[in-house]
Design a protein around this ligand. Structure first.
Ligand code: F6P
Length: 530
């Protein structure tokens, strides 16, 4: 089984959508709402307490029908089946894509190359649970028998962003363990984290699927040397564990085999927090909360797998994004959560979406002539309102936005929460309708007609966060399939790694001849500072 390789622009649906765009593009959201008093209900979906309002998009029911036709013509249904069943849909790397198996609490068998992966997933979850409980109860201690108080996750990209996002988002559920992250190869970053830590009570988790990432290995080496200088070499095994798909390399680095939590090549780095990469989540929030997060994602998985496209939330959101990008030429999307807890969401989504779908060659190996991944960015409301919202309201570019809201706050402060919610709703309303129908000064005119989705949950808990994260994962998948690209490789990050190696060699030899003259000049200037 392989993915279909259909150029979306050659489908009948694409032609119809192009014609349809020419008729709908002159319909202002203000008029669409005025003409249809039931519009909000027509474009609303619900799943287990999550409400998705996409009525403030430049669509009508015909748009949605045609977009669904596009999904059908590009064989999305078959692609979803292939992903969930373990087909090697990451064809360029000859791998299955099974992050969904990590949160499937019912499956007895999912085969990858003839091997059932479910037992290994269950064993690993049990290992995470046991380890978490042993650390939290003090059964596992540091080398001087003191309880572990701090955990440092050493990893980058998918081995960092997901766990940090979840721990920030759910800090209300925190255990007594303090969690820290070292990701950047910037040595100052490492030192700033280490300076407040006691090696006797700190556990380090080296997280690297490949165990070959320069940043992670450099940071892990610096931290191990710091640890040995303060404690001893023999104490390393009590303070360093690893999560990796490359057991050999982790062992060669000096991690005891029994201290290595497995990962597998059928889990992409940016989709890996559901695996043992989430060990730091389990330690920081408790295993039960880690499992609740997985359960939430599983809820979304079942919905995505089984629901007809016209009711399927990730499918609808993926298609609307395609509508904005490929027909309206809106190539950037803002994500605006109205809770400070989700401050890190744009960073997390940037890797998930842009590393997956930032491609310009299709599954036939042909250069493509339509846009793929949007630029993802954003920040929390209301802060963002006092920063970049000016451009969203009156700038020359139209940026579709996702507003993410939680009806209830954790600390039950209506004085704040009512204002927070009012602000969120006000922004999507002002973007959509502007000052249309009002007499305004030219400088104070808001054209409106700027689209957004509103995602509303009752509250921010592990389950709902899992639902939200899996929603964006599947939305990304939908778009990759329709754009006819491979979403699960990331060759675009490799060239920079090679060039960095060459520059490092140049720094050692001071022979700048093979460098372009701008880089050579900058290096000389840098050396003059040293
Ligand atoms: O360089 C990109 C990347 O491969 C990401 O896809 C991945 O999440 C990150 O590096 C870290 O990789 P690893 O877990 O193998 O250290």
């Amino acid at each position: 089984m392989t993915l279909a390789k259909i150029n979306p622009t050659e489908t009948q649906a694409w032609q119809k959508l192009s014609a349809h765009y020419n008729t709908i593009k002159n319909h202002h959201l203000f008029n669409l709402f005025n003409d249809d008093k039931n519009r909000a209900n027509t474009f609303l979906k619900e799943l287990k307490g999550l409400f998705i309002d996409y009525s403030k998009q430049n669509i009508n029911t015909e748009t949605v029908d045609l977009l669904i036709q596009l999904a059908e013509e590009t064989k999305l249904e078959d692609a979803i089946k292939q992903m969930f069943s373990g087909a090697l849909i990451n064809e360029t790397e000859k791998r299955a894509v099974l992050h969904t198996a990590l949160r499937d609490f019912d499956a007895k068998e999912i085969l990858v190359n003839g091997e059932n992966i479910i037992p290994a997933i269950k064993d690993t979850r049990a290992k995470i649970k046991l380890f978490t409980e042993s650390v939290l109860t003090g059964k596992i201690t540091g080398c001087t028998n003191k309880k572990i108080t701090d955990v440092v996750n050493i990893g980058i990209g998918g081995s960092h962003l997901g766990p940090q996002f979840v721990l920030d988002a759910l800090k209300h559920y925190k255990t007594e363990i303090n969690t820290h992250f070292v990701s950047n190869i910037d040595g100052d970053h490492v030192q700033e984290v280490l300076k407040n830590l006691n090696p006797e009570t700190t556990l380090f988790i080296i997280v690297s699927k490949s165990f070959g990432t320069e940043e992670t290995l450099t940071n892990a080496t610096t931290i191990r040397n710091w640890f040995i200088a303060k404690q001893s070499k023999t104490a390393v095994s009590k303070h360093f564990v690893a999560v990796s798909a490359n057991i050999e390399k982790a062992v060669a680095f000096g991690i005891e085999a029994s201290n290595i939590f497995p990962m597998w090549d059928w889990v992409g780095g940016r989709y890996s927090l559901w695996s043992a990469v989430g060990l730091v989540i389990s330690l920081g929030l408790g295993y039960h909360n880690f499992e609740a997060l997985l359960q939430g994602a599983y809820t979304m998985d079942k919905h995505f797998k089984k629901t007809a496209f016209d009711q399927n939330i990730p499918v609808i959101l993926g298609l609307i994004s395609i509508w904005n990008i490929n027909f309206y030429n809106r190539n950037s999307e803002a994500v605006i959560p109205y809770t400070q807890y989700l401050d890190f969401l744009p960073d997390f989504l940037q890797q998930m979406i842009m590393e997956s779908n930032g491609k310009s060659v299709d599954r036939n190996g042909e250069k493509i002539n339509y846009h793929t991944s949007p630029i993802i960015w954003g920040s929390t409301g209301t802060n963002a309102q006092h920063a970049f919202f000016q451009a969203l309201h009156q700038g020359t570019m139209t940026v579709p936005a996702d507003f993410i809201l939680f009806a209830k706050d954790h600390y039950k402060q209506p004085l704040h929460q009512d204002k927070l919610i009012a602000n969120a709703l006000a922004q999507s309303q002002a973007l959509a309708f502007g000052t249309k129908g009002k007499n305004t000064d030219v400088f104070k005119t808001f054209e409106g007609n700027r689209p957004s989705n509103t995602l509303l949950f009752e509250s921010l808990n592990p389950q709902n966060l899992g639902i939200l994260m899996a929603l964006y994962e599947h939305k990304t998948f939908v778009q990759g399939i329709i754009w006819n690209i491979y979403s699960f490789d990331q060759f675009g990050v490799e060239l920079g790694k090679v060039v960095s190696g060459e520059i490092q060699n140049t720094q050692a030899t001071k022979d700048y001849q093979n460098l372009d003259n701008a880089t050579a000049l900058l290096l000389k200037k840098i050396n003059n500072f040293l």
